[in-house]
Design a protein around this ligand. Structure first.
Ligand code: SF4
Ligand code: SF4
Length: 365
């Protein structure tokens, strides 16, 4: 779930900004009543949302900042869900905070506010990603996302986004000047067109992949994905590989789903699975967020160009998606050596949440 911009004063008037919404095109969304994946979280809250929640549930439990101001709804220990979730139902639905109302949308604020979808949400159909592999957004408008879009637009006029945008443009200008002097910069649109025509792709040398990553947070790590049969699933690293567990709302594991050793070789993808993964890479290439990750990496690099860094991030993303697709296929007892579209969908869902959760230089609404 995305963070609330709690550091900025709500008293500062915002300039309403149009949101860039094209990344929602072509997608359809229906929330699954059996899911609750996005409630395994500690959603951030504004002071007003805190007051509203206390009116409905006076005994609410919150995380607080140093000044004693409530900043987040508390989640249960050992990787459990938000304390308001009971039997997969929200106990404060009419007063649920903004991150819960916008999900599965997330807005990155770099030099413009851009809405994107958290593709880990199993309520979103991933089929439109194949259209992205041909270069850009489908023209069809999104379906089933009206209330989430309305909520985000309302929040974007309520919050002082102009301060974040000013800071985002300052960071981008500074990065551009530094890289231009060293001939390491490219305008995003030119760069996108070049990378799409020659997308980076993993090779045999990338396997066995170091993925899923080391789960050093133990049970406190967020679930990796929603499984149709077992619900939210998390995993622990073992010396022999990774062990997956279905998780309880109250925290802690329900069942072990199996132990999967590191996969020895690069999986093969069927043609339509390849198309889907290509679409996921192109979708990410259109996320401003990916460029901000590249800017951050380039701060520490003396030689690489922006294009090289973007290509590297995309290649690593493809490796992770293939590794998690194979991990999930192996867990189900399916042959992981050949991945089909259904497998790649599962891999993408097991990666997109934590990809978007990384810190950026810009803000996240
Ligand atoms: S993750 Fe998606 S489908 Fe699941 S409860 Fe949240 S919004 Fe609904
Ligand atoms: S407040 Fe409700 S919708 Fe939000 S995370 Fe908690 S249970 Fe889920």
């Amino acid at each position: 779930m995305s963070a609330h911009p709690s550091k900025l004063s709500a008293a500062v008037l915002s300039i309403p900004q149009p949101l860039e919404l094209s990344l929602l095109n072509g997608f359809a969304f229906t929330c699954r009543p059996d899911c609750s994946l996005c409630c395994f979280a500690s959603p951030s809250i504004s002071p007003q949302e805190h007051r509203d929640l206390l009116q409905i549930r006076p005994a609410g439990s919150f995380l607080e900042d140093e000044g004693g101001q409530a900043t987040n709804v508390r989640s249960r220990p050992q990787g459990g869900a938000c304390t308001y979730l009971h039997h997969r139902r929200c106990g404060v639905y009419t007063a649920r905070p903004f991150p819960c109302r916008e999900y599965p949308l997330s807005v990155h604020i770099g030099s413009r506010p851009q809405a994107t979808l958290v593709l880990a949400c199993p309520g979103i159909s991933l089929a439109p990603l194949s259209q992205w592999s041909h270069g850009g957004p489908p023209s069809a408008p999104p379906q089933g996302l009206d209330s989430e879009i309305e909520r985000v637009l309302a929040e974007a006029t309520r919050q002082p986004l102009d301060q974040w945008l000013k800071e985002g443009r300052r960071i981008e200008d500074r990065t551009r000047s530094r890289l231009l002097r060293a001939h390491r910069w490219d305008a995003a649109e030119d760069l996108r067109a070049r990378v799409i025509s020659d997308l980076p792709w993993p090779s045999e040398e990338d396997f066995p992949a170091e993925d899923p990553p080391d789960s050093s947070e133990g049970w406190d790590a967020l679930p990796l994905y929603f499984d149709e049969e077992h619900g939210p699933v998390t995993f622990l690293s073992r010396t022999e590989g990774w062990e997956a567990f279905s998780m309880r709302e109250e925290g802690g594991p329900r069942h072990s789903l199996g132990l999967i050793p590191p996969l020895g070789a690069m999986p093969h993808l069927t043609e339509d699975a390849r198309e889907l993964l290509r679409g996921y890479l192109v979708y990410n290439l259109h996320r401003d967020f990916l460029f901000w990750l590249a800017y951050r990496e380039l701060e520490a690099q003396e030689e690489a160009t922006l294009e090289e860094m973007v290509r590297e991030i995309l290649r690593e993303l493809a490796v992770q998606a293939m590794a998690r697709s194979a991990f999930r296929a192996a867990l189900q007892g399916s042959p992981w050596q050949t991945l089909r579209p259904r497998d790649i969908e599962r891999g993408i869902r097991a990666i997109d949440n934590d990809f978007l959760d990384q810190a950026t230089l810009g803000g996240i609404l």
